[in-house]
Design a protein around this ligand. Structure first.
Ligand SMILES: Cc1ncc(COP(=O)(O)O)c(C=O)c1O
Length: 396
């Protein structure tokens, strides 16, 4: 068959290939990017689904508006307002996961050959999705405080990108948190270079100890002109349930209008039943705060266990910055003491020892750092984390 030319730019994910190996009995997997299913608030979601069906069954089961179910749009606006961003319900659309928001951004903004700056490393599905639309991706370097803004400015000045895509809070895979100072700088750069910045924020609510700095969206009010150049993607996937497929996008009116038009052709609207359920869930007093408190505590404990074990068992063979939230530790093999220094080699040796993780290379759109790898503590209990890290040490 003669497939569309756009497929020439993408290949199946290396991670998918690795997942095939995970069926091996007894393997401890740090490879996933999923939240822990054991933490899903099944009772709360069941109650919300029942309320959705009894409150307005017609609306919950009928076709709906492409922009989203209004009670949910209002709840999501309030959810963001509580975190300091002034957002009205009509300034956001509901999307089928935040993944769809990224796809709509690709569809509306990227023509073949357009340049797009992403972090090196960044979310693999964004790399694939933007490439499908023909983007030429350029990686901006990061450190423990997120994207390095001096380097970002130099790349923006040189390449005049169509947009800049960032995961400022507890990045996937980086685990990094963009500092407050750098957040302001990013917004200033958006204005200075008149460039759209996309803030992808599915993890911001999963902080361990202290809340992260305000989102770019919340800060944009303090940087004149930046709100008109900012798209913000949110998601209930990591805090509530990815199976609901409820995400959203806040964007300037013109962009939101075009994205809505594209969404109409792609799925007409996000499941009304899922939206009505999510709206009921968010409206139930105390539900979401209780869920957030629970998942934060569990992930904080697992993250701490993993970081302590990595330090103790792998020593100076790895370097990493402990994450302040999210689901991931991003680490780098130092090669100290002649130990393995390549993430792919390490991943193969680790599978032999009965532990899996994802090597870092696929997360780079360009200039991969082959010494990196990503470990997720999200779905593994603390005992297994300790055992899994011992196996990692044995694979060095
Ligand atoms: C950075 C980032 N953005 C977006 C998504 C997509 O999430 P969803 O479509 O479930 O909202 C993910 C999921 O792993 C992610 O890590």
């Amino acid at each position: 068959m003669q497939f569309a030319d756009r497929l020439n730019n993408v290949e199946t994910s290396a991670i998918r290939e690795l997942f095939k190996l995970l069926g091996k009995p007894g393997i401890i997997s740090f490879a996933g990017g999923f939240p822990d299913a054991a933490l899903f608030d099944v009772d709360g979601i069941r109650e919300a689904a029942n309320s959705a069906l009894s409150a307005d069954p017609g609306a919950a089961l009928q076709y709906g508006a492409t922009e989203g179910y209004n009670p949910l749009r209002e709840q999501l606006a309030a959810f963001m307002q509580a975190k300091g961003a002034s957002v009205a319900a009509d300034q956001l659309i509901v999307t089928t996961g935040s993944q769809q928001a990224l796809d709509l951004l690709g569809k509306t903004m990227i023509s073949p050959g357009d340049k797009v700056i992403v972090e090196g490393p960044t979310f693999l599905a964004t790399i694939q999705c933007f490439r499908l639309y023909g983007a030429e991706l350029i990686s901006a370097p990061i450190d423990g405080d997120g994207v390095q803004t001096d380097a970002l400015e130099a790349l923006m000045a040189e390449h005049k990108p169509k947009l800049v895509y960032l995961i400022p809070t507890f990045g996937n895979p980086s685990g990094a948190t963009l500092s407050l100072e750098r957040r302001r700088r990013v917004l200033e750069l958006a204005v200075k270079y008149h460039t759209l910045v996309v803030e992808d924020d599915p993890y911001g609510d999963l902080y361990f100890d202290q809340a992260p700095p305000p989102s770019l969206l919340a800060l944009s009010e303090g940087v004149p002109g930046s709100r008109e150049l900012l798209a913000h993607c949110g998601s209930l996937s990591k805090v509530l349930s990815p199976g609901l497929r409820v995400g959203w996008m806040v964007a300037p009116p013109e962009l939101l209008g075009k994205a809505t038009m594209c969404k109409q052709f792609s799925d007409a609207h996000t499941s009304t039943f899922a939206q009505a359920t999510a709206a009921q869930y968010l409206a139930a007093a105390g539900r979401m705060p209780a869920t957030l408190a629970k998942v934060r505590a569990v992930y904080a404990d697992r993250a701490q266990t993993m970081c302590t074990a990595l330090r103790a068992d792998l020593g100076d063979a790895v370097s990493f910055v402990p994450p302040q939230g999210g689901l991931f530790v991003w680490a780098r093999l130092t090669g100290a003491g002649g130990k393995v220094a390549n993430g792919n080699d390490f991943a193969k040796r680790a599978i032999e020892q009965g532990v899996a993780f994802v090597p870092g290379t696929p997360f780079f759109a360009s200039q991969p750092d082959h010494a990196t790898f990503r470990v997720s503590f999200a779905t593994v209990g603390t005992d297994k984390i300790t055992e899994g890290v011992k196996r990692l040490a044995a694979a060095l």
